[in-house]
Design a protein around this ligand. Structure first.
Ligand code: PMP
Length: 438
């Protein structure tokens, strides 16, 4: 392993308090399976699949080999009026595991690109149908949809859009579905389906005919795993249909077995019109994302242009990058051959038993979870987010990597985890969250 000096003079880290990082850098030098190692050789258990990416564990040779092979065979091709065979195969394979009827794939390199692409596709669809006035979007308070300007506008985590107001799109936000009285609910809360009626209220207030699409994460991830109340997504579907609004599920986190099914849409039995995905698409190895749309959406947009020009003036230099496609195909092979989505489903009980067993610890305010996703809301500290930051650092020292947002810890262990890994994670949490001096 090469030891490179860590200097903060040049690299500006994203979503980081760089001043704090400067004082106490947390560096990963190596990864294998469900573990990272620091440059000093400390072993860190990965409790969040990196950032919800590495579902099949780190350092998978199958993916490395596929990437190497693709690099040597065809390292790059543009996808504007050109294509590589591997991209068609990937689209076909994804269509196989997506909900029936959602079978047209548009590729990008990040979740943020997928979200902004999805917004543009929704606009293009309505325009193609003669409804160009549908330019407004609806999303949900506490939602996270990436950081490009579309996604920043959709952001329901206000801190993510506050500093950029004035340059964003027209978005109105529904209420989130977290409810104080339903703390410590495992899986879907009983009450809260009525919160979907916020969409209907917005249709009445703004005119349903002005709204292009409603974007939600089926399980709100980045805020700390908020599982939809029973019937909530179904009701959103009904209202969206009533007003001709497209329903978009942002499955950047929930895709690829995270919830117990390939996609959360299948897990909760609601088929949206559009699904965005990224992260575990390539097991986090090569940046890649996709927007999957219903057949009719793509057909309508394509049919709208008769002259020889693109029907969708949109695309990226790295759309359907052949190396990313190869990584994704190798990841999909692993998911299929090792039955990882099923494995995630069967590991979920052990995982959630462990997490919900932490209920009475002094630092725990709320526990939530479904499938292989869980959130722990910490008791509030002196200032918002301070406790989360302290706890995350203590856990790192204790050998556990976990994503913290504000005062929530977000867990998403790899689907290849062993029960002993999950036990180690819970032991570490018990040690830190059991402290009453934080
Ligand atoms: N949508 C959702 C639901 C996400 O969780 C994320 C990333 N956490 C994104 C979009 C943005 O993805 P990226 O960081 O790859 O741009």
């Amino acid at each position: 392993m090469t030891h490179m000096p860590i200097t903060m003079d040049n690299h500006w880290l994203p979503f980081t308090n760089n001043r704090l990082f400067h004082q106490e850098p947390q560096i990963f030098a190596r990864a294998k399976g469900v573990r990272y190692w620091t440059p000093e050789g400390q072993e860190i258990l990965d409790g969040s699949s990196g950032l919800f990416c590495s579902a099949a564990g780190h350092g998978r040779p199958e993916i490395a080999e596929a990437v190497h092979k693709q690099l040597m065979e065809l390292d790059y091709t543009p996808h504007f009026q050109r294509a590589a065979p591997v991209s068609f195969e990937l689209a076909r394979r994804l269509a196989e595991i997506l909900p029936e009827g959602i079978d047209r794939l548009f590729f990008g390199s990040s979740g943020s690109e997928a979200v902004d692409s999805a917004m543009k596709i929704c606009l293009a669809y309505h325009r193609a149908r003669g409804e160009a006035q549908r330019t407004r979007f609806v999303s949900r308070s506490w939602g996270y949809h990436g950081v490009n300007l579309g996604g920043t506008s959709l952001a329901g985590m206000v801190g993510n859009r506050r500093d950029f107001s004035g340059v964003t799109c027209d978005v109105v936000h529904m209420r989130h579905t977290w409810n104080e009285e339903q703390r410590f609910t495992r899986s879907q809360p009983e009450d809260g389906a009525h919160l979907a009626d916020d969409l209907e209220d917005m249709c009445k207030t703004y005119g349903g005919e002005t709204i292009a699409a409603v974007f939600v994460e089926p399980i709100a991830g980045s805020i700390g795993t908020i599982v939809p109340p029973k019937g909530y997504l179904q009701r959103l579907r009904q209202i969206a249909d009533k007003y001709g609004i497209l329903l978009v599920f942002d499955e950047v986190i929930t895709g690829f077995g995270r919830t117990g099914s390939a996609f959360a849409s299948q897990e909760f039995g609601v088929t949206p019109d559009v699904i965005t995905m990224a992260k575990a698409l390539t097991n986090g190895t090569i940046p890649m994302s996709a927007v999957a749309v219903k057949t009719e959406i793509q057909k309508t947009v394509i049919a709208s242009v008769t002259a020889d020009r693109p029907e969708l003036m949109h695309g990226y230099t790295y759309s359907a990058h052949p190396v990313a496609c190869a990584a994704a195909l190798a990841a999909l092979d692993i998911y299929r051959d090792e039955k990882l989505f099923e494995r995630g489903k069967s590991l979920s009980d052990t995982f959630l038993d462990g997490v919900f067993g932490l209920r009475n610890l002094p630092q725990v305010y709320d526990l939530r979870g479904h499938g292989m996703m869980a959130g722990i809301q910490l008791t509030p500290g002196k200032a918002p987010g301070e406790k989360g930051s302290i706890v995350q650092r203590l856990l790192f020292k204790d050998g556990l990597h976990v994503k913290a947002t504000g005062d929530a810890l977000i867990f998403a262990p790899a689907l290849v985890s062993e029960e002993s890994d999950l036990e180690q994670m819970v032991d570490s949490l018990r040690r830190v969250l059991g402290r009453s001096d934080l």
